[in-house]
Design a protein around this ligand. Structure first.
Ligand code: UDP
Length: 307
């Protein structure tokens, strides 16, 4: 297949491009490098089945493809609050442009959506029927609401034009290639623990997350790109082992034998309190399972940061 990956120079996107090329596909990677980097693609740039397009996904694009994986958007709270308008454009106009490429080609369209569409969930675990608890005017709205718009547009294309769509709601993901300045909890804690600096826990650290290793996530995306049963579906992808942010801080500190102390800082506004995916649908429709244990995934991520 010939596959367009928007946001292909990013953290998840670059791992996806690699996997798709390995599987024998021809990959066209589009990125404006606002949070992605060419460094992430250095293993691919000479590959005959790989092409890079430096462009903004919100600009119109003409390309013949069999599938579109639309990942382009800043994804860390630090990034999307630094680039709020760019984020909203990538998820609104960018989703429109990517859907148009899919519609004109009769290609499959995969939307990388997010657990953020559930906002600060009142239901735990979150299944795909849950419609969420989102603040439309808060600091996270530029991301949450534009991803919700992206989902609405994607389902409209499915209804109106019969486009083969799949919406994946991606929960917290970690692994090599997260940027040093990404600001998310795993790269922050690892770098702080390695440097012996204080580990910055926001709030009292009792908020919960579940962390999925990037290779597992990419496996799920690839399954969704080819599965017939995924068409027209909304599917959570993530890990369902839930832990508190404070537990994560302790675990990383112990793993690294770090002398860092833990310091408590104010909890950002609208920070979700309890997040955990219900993965029943991913298991049933895709036969997918996040198989990498947290300890193993963290070990590989630490190795990468040390390099
Ligand atoms: N967090 C933290 N210290 C940090 C960075 C994040 O305690 O240095 C917390 C953050 O408040 C949130 C959780 O870790 O409760 C996960 O944050 P992240 O930015 O990784 O992603 P989110 O799940 O909020 O999108």
């Amino acid at each position: 297949m010939k596959i367009l990956v928007t946001g292909g120079a990013g953290f998840i996107g670059s791992h996806l491009c690699e996997r798709l090329v390995e599987e024998g596909h021809e990959v066209w990677c589009l990125d404006n490098l606002c949070t992605g980097s060419l460094e992430n693609l250095k293993g691919l740039k000479e590959h005959p089945r790989f092409r890079f397009i430096l462009a903004d996904v919100a600009e119109p694009l003409t390309l013949e493809v069999d599938a579109v994986a639309h990942l382009a958007s800043p994804a860390s709270p630090v990034d999307y609050q630094r680039l709020p308008v760019e984020t909203m454009m990538a998820n609104s106009v960018g989703t429109y442009q990517a859907l148009e490429v899919a519609r004109k080609n009769g290609a499959r369209f995969l939307l990388a959506s997010t657990s953020e569409v559930y906002g600060d969930p009142l239901k735990v675990p979150q299944d795909e029927e849950y419609t969420g608890n989102v603040n439309p005017v808060g600091p996270r709205a530029c991301y949450d609401e534009s991803k919700r718009f992206a989902e609405a547009l994607t389902s409209t294309y499915r209804r109106l034009y019969g486009t083969e769509t799949v919406i994946l709601r991606i929960f917290n993901t970690y692994g090599p290639r997260m940027r040093r300045e990404d600001g998310r909890v795993v790269p922050n804690f690892i770098q702080q623990a390695l440097a012996g600096e204080p580990i910055t826990v926001y709030g009292d650290g009792s908020q919960t997350r579940s962390f999925c290793y990037v290779d597992d996530l990419v496996e799920g995306i690839c399954l969704a790109l080819r599965s017939e049963r995924a068409v027209g579906e909304v599917i959570n992808l993530g890990h369902d082992r839930r832990l508190t942010v404070l537990e994560l801080a302790h675990r990383i500190r112990e793993m690294l034998g770090s002398a860092s102390r833990i310091t408590f800082m104010p909890l950002p506004r609208d920070d979700p309190r309890r997040r955990k995916p219900d993965l029943t649908r991913a298991r049933e429709l895709l036969g997918w399972e996040p198989s990498t244990a947290l300890e193993e995934g963290l070990r590989r991520t630490v190795e990468w940061f040390q390099k």
